[in-house]
Design a protein around this ligand. Structure first.
Ligand SMILES: Cc1ncc(COP(=O)(O)O)c(C=O)c1O
Length: 400
């Protein structure tokens, strides 16, 4: 009954976990949810007002399939002003979220058997969407010891005659690692004499700490105008996950192909959300800046607390709102008589023993780790860490 295409892909681990957490919450359990992938801040008032105005003015009909011209122009203005990249509105596709933009682009460029290089730990949708497009994900492992950055040599070693594209996320979900301009340049140099497409997911670009300045991969790679596609959106930077607005910016030929696919699936993104997105891109950015300051405060707190726990280590992330601690020292321990063998078992143990939801690293292609999202209040972070600490103490006791 179910197609082979769908049978070859997995459900998103974050969606699975979130569903479990919701079910437990609904059953009356007092859960701490560290699995969320969205800012806990409200969408700024002026953005919501723009949507209300659109409704009041009956702007509730279809827009152009690739997005309203005014919104595509606002994206171009953003890319020029913030990233020093020149695009025309014809090179922009507005989709229903960055995930949708990524999907449309990958379905438009990947042929059966094409290899697509993806650094791990990765956002779970990358390999699945590559598989849906009948491509072959080729994973290049970023190690904890290297701050979860891949090196130029590692990237080079994965390039073959079948390599079609390199999917790059910066800052990274799930590790929060961010690449310096020097590191970006080294990766770009490896790609210099190739015609490999670069798909650069920059959805966390605004969520950078310690005064690090964001550089788009398209700013450093050669022939970017011919082969780099930027994927971005408003979900994370403007706390707009539910509005479902993302975009792709790249060579017109690719954008037109992706728009053609979109025209036969979802058509244009929500009109009301597009009006809100114009206000977000063209309006004041103060709320976002305040959000970043608060995320950095929480990062500092949670990293310190986690590193104080015995047998657990946590690298310091430079961006996003996740930490990715190493929990492999707990493998082999028994909880209620069953051995904890992997990160999924460890997450299940925390769910039961600490009523705390985390995402197993295996869902991001990295066994031995868990992802904790600190996109929740400081009070909840403190409570969750205290629960984890108690559960780990009990686990140590159970294991003598
Ligand atoms: C790396 C990465 N890219 C893209 C997305 C998708 O964002 P959107 O809500 O715009 O579809 C996410 C969301 O979690 C993400 O983590």
């Amino acid at each position: 009954m179910i197609s082979e295409r769908i049978q070859t892909i997995q459900t998103s681990p974050t969606v699975e976990l979130a569903a479990k957490a919701i079910a437990l919450k609904e059953a009356g359990q007092d859960m701490v949810d560290f699995s969320v992938g969205e800012p806990d801040f409200p969408t700024p008032a002026h953005i919501k007002q723009a949507a209300i105005n659109a409704l009041g003015q009956d702007r509730t009909k279809y827009t152009a399939n690739a997005g309203m011209f005014e919104l595509r122009r606002a994206v171009c203005k953003k890319l020029k002003g913030e990233n020093n990249l020149s695009y025309s509105p014809q090179q922009i596709l507005i989709s229903s979220g960055a995930k949708h933009a990524f999907y449309n682009v990958m379905m438009s460029v990947i042929e059966q058997g094409d290899e697509v290089i993806i650094p791990s730990p990765y956002w779970g949708s990358y390999p699945e969407i590559v598989r849906l497009a009948e491509g072959v994900p080729v994973i290049v492992e970023a190690h904890e010891t290297n701050g979860f950055h891949i090196t130029a040599q590692q990237l080079k070693s994965k390039i073959s005659s079948k390599t079609k594209a390199f999917v790059f996320c910066n800052p990274v979900n799930p590790t929060g690692a961010a690449y310096s301009e020097g590191q970006l340049q080294q990766l770009a140099d490896v790609l210099h004499d190739t015609n490999i497409l670069i798909i650069s997911d920059e959805i966390y670009e605004k969520l950078l700490f310690d005064q690090i300045e964001f550089r788009s991969f398209a700013q450093v790679v050669s022939s970017a105008e011919k082969r780099a596609v930027i994927i971005n959106g408003l979900s994370k930077a403007f706390a707009m996950t539910g509005w479902r607005i993302g975009y792709a910016a790249g060579p017109q030929e690719i954008i037109e192909a992706a728009a053609k696919l979109q025209s036969h699936s979802t058509s244009a993104a929500s009109t009301i959300s597009q009006y809100a997105a114009i206000a977000a891109l063209n309006g004041p950015q103060e709320e976002m800046k305040k959000m970043v300051v608060e995320f950095q405060r929480r990062r500092d707190f949670i990293v310190k607390k986690l590193n104080n726990l015995p047998h657990l280590s946590c690298a310091v992330p430079q961006g996003a709102f996740y930490v990715f601690p190493n929990i492999s020292a707990f493998f082999g321990k028994k909880y209620k008589g069953a051995v904890i063998n992997n990160s999924k078992d460890f997450a299940a143990f925390l769910l039961d023993a600490a009523q705390t939801v985390v995402v197993p690293g295996s869902g991001f292609g990295a066994e031995g780790f868990i992802r904790i999202s600190y996109s929740t209040s400081m009070a909840i972070i403190k409570e969750g860490i205290a629960r984890i600490a108690n559960a780990l103490t009990d686990l140590q006791r159970e294991n003598g």
